[in-house]
Design a protein around this ligand. Structure first.
Ligand code: SAH
Ligand code: SF4
Ligand code: F3S
Length: 460
């Protein structure tokens, strides 16, 4: 089988092309617009790093840029439509600046029907590249610039066969105190509603040594909050497994927190929970999506756990990791979900008492098994369930936050946001601070009040 690791020769070749491009692109401006999850944020930082290597100055405002790269998300229909309409607005800009280049990448670029749609109806888009083509960006740009013809660089292999890992391309990080570190890519879980395995390819893990090297470098550079990323970090399989990777990171000298997302409930082991409980550097926050409470729906979703198993795991986390916050994702109105089935979802919410829930209305994704299931739930009904869940959750969130009143928490500051100084605690909750503070430092704050999604803190 072909190696999943891109060879050093290939990376050197791309860097050499970037060097050639510098003559042409120096002085030009590029912007990367990012939609979707943290994986996309992390990818965009690599794309920006590569563009800088090609000579571009990176700016935020895409309307001022000579090159715009739109990094897309395909997880729900609504996300896709939003991206298409805001990308459509760049057309006017391009009419005024004929030399402007626009590229589309990310998860939508891996959907065949979207690529066809873009080629047909979005004629101002100059190039499209897939989720495992990032390291080839210098070559892609050189081809686009030299041919002045539209280009598509998308892997045509089957979803369970494509996907590579490339090390050593530059990264331009957005923050100088919070960092993303991808530890694995792709997903092999195939939850029946989800497009991710089809657009992100086969599951693959970076080497343990590469990850350790990157994290040590970040800590040495003063990063205080490091998030390990993967669609299911528990299936990490480098030279060590995920719990031990996490444990080794927590042993690195320095004042920092390490976080991770996302965990699949079926794979969270007691060993992982014990390691977190024993290491203060591992943040007191678990994002543990349960998606639905009813066993029949969970089985149709291909989640491979029952309501009872989920609840037991969540309660074990709460019991062993003192002060932990648990957040989750829920889908309302999966095909055939009845009102009674939905009551099981509400029951999980009541039993576990989440700190935050990200609720989604089920969105059929072309090519996934659930999209062609019978018994699709009417939109109004999905929204009604969505609202019922939000109402219940708001009460829970307030109760959870009130427990922190009187405690002193360590807070990593985020500076001034919308007129107030804020930060985040280990539980990843926003803490409003009473005094001006610079970004990226740890302070201790006594919690004096609480709202459902905010803590109010007094710096000590
Ligand atoms: N790998 C992560 C996240 C995947 S996408 C995980 O397994 O948790 C993030 C969230 O989007 C999912 O947890 C799910 O709640 C939601 N989601 C995915 N596909 C969806 C769909 N077709 N309709 C509505 N929500 C969806
Ligand atoms: Fe999608 Fe399931 Fe994989 Fe998460 S674990 S990315 S929900 S298929
Ligand atoms: Fe969206 Fe792709 Fe992430 S579909 S949620 S950007 S993996």
């Amino acid at each position: 089988m072909e190696s999943i690791f891109v060879s050093t020769n290939e990376i050197e070749k791309q860097k050499a092309i970037a060097g050639e491009l510098r003559g042409i692109c120096a002085g030009k401006k590029a912007a990367v617009k990012t939609y979707g999850c943290q994986q996309n944020e992390a990818d965009s930082e690599r794309i920006a790093g590569t563009l800088m290597l090609c000579g571009y100055e990176i700016i935020d405002d895409e309307t001022e840029a000579d090159l715009v790269i739109v990094n897309t998300c395909a997880v729900r229909e609504h996300a896709e439509l939003k991206i298409l309409s805001s990308t459509g607005r760049l057309k006017n800009k391009k009419e005024k600046n004929r030399d402007m280049l626009i590229g589309i990448c990310g998860c939508m670029a891996q959907e065949k029907h979207r690529v066809e749609q873009i080629l047909k109806s979005y004629t101002f888009i100059d190039f499209i590249f897939g989720t495992d083509m990032h390291h080839r960006l210098p070559e892609i740009l050189q081809t686009v610039i030299s041919t002045r013809k539209r280009q598509v660089f998308v892997n045509e292999k089957k979803h369970n066969e494509f996907g590579v890992i490339s090390e050593d391309m530059p990264v331009l990080r957005q923050s100088d105190y919070k960092a993303w570190v991808s530890i694995m890519y792709g997903c092999n879980n195939f939850c029946s509603y989800c497009i991710v395995p089809y657009v992100r390819g086969r599951e693959r893990s970076r080497s343990y040594h590469e990850i350790m090297k990157e994290v040590r470098g970040l800590v040495a550079d003063g990063y205080k909050d490091i998030t390990l990323l993967g669609q299911n970090v528990n299936s990490y399989s480098g030279e060590k497994d995920f719990p031990h990777l996490l444990e080794d990171i927590a042993k690195i000298d320095g004042d920092f927190w390490v976080r991770f997302t996302t965990s699949h409930p079926k794979d969270v082991s007691s060993e992982l929970i014990d390691i977190i409980a024993a290491n203060e550097k591992i943040a007191r926050h678990f994002h543990l999506p349960f998606q639905a409470g009813n066993d029949r729906i969970l089985s149709l979703m291909n989640r491979r756990y029952t309501k009872q198993q989920y609840i037991e795991k969540a309660l074990e986390i709460k019991e062993k990791i003192k002060g932990v916050s648990i957040t989750t994702d829920v889908i309302c109105g999966f095909p055939t979900e009845t009102e009674e089935d939905f009551l099981d979802t509400l029951d999980v919410v009541k039993t576990v008492g989440f700190d935050m829930i990200f609720t989604f209305v089920y969105s059929p994704r072309k090519g996934t098994p659930a999209a062609s299931m019978e018994g699709q739930v009417p939109h109004d009904e999905k929204v009604r369930r969505f609202n019922a869940l939000s109402e219940l959750q708001n009460e829970n969130a307030l109760k959870n936050n009130q427990k922190f009143i009187g405690q002193t928490l360590k807070v990593l500051t985020d500076g001034l946001n919308n007129g107030t100084y804020t930060g985040r605690c280990s539980q990843n909750k926003v803490v409003v601070l009473d005094k001006p503070v610079e970004k990226g430092v740890f302070v201790n704050a006594e919690i004096i009040d609480a709202q459902p999604y905010l803590l109010i803190g007094k710096i000590k």
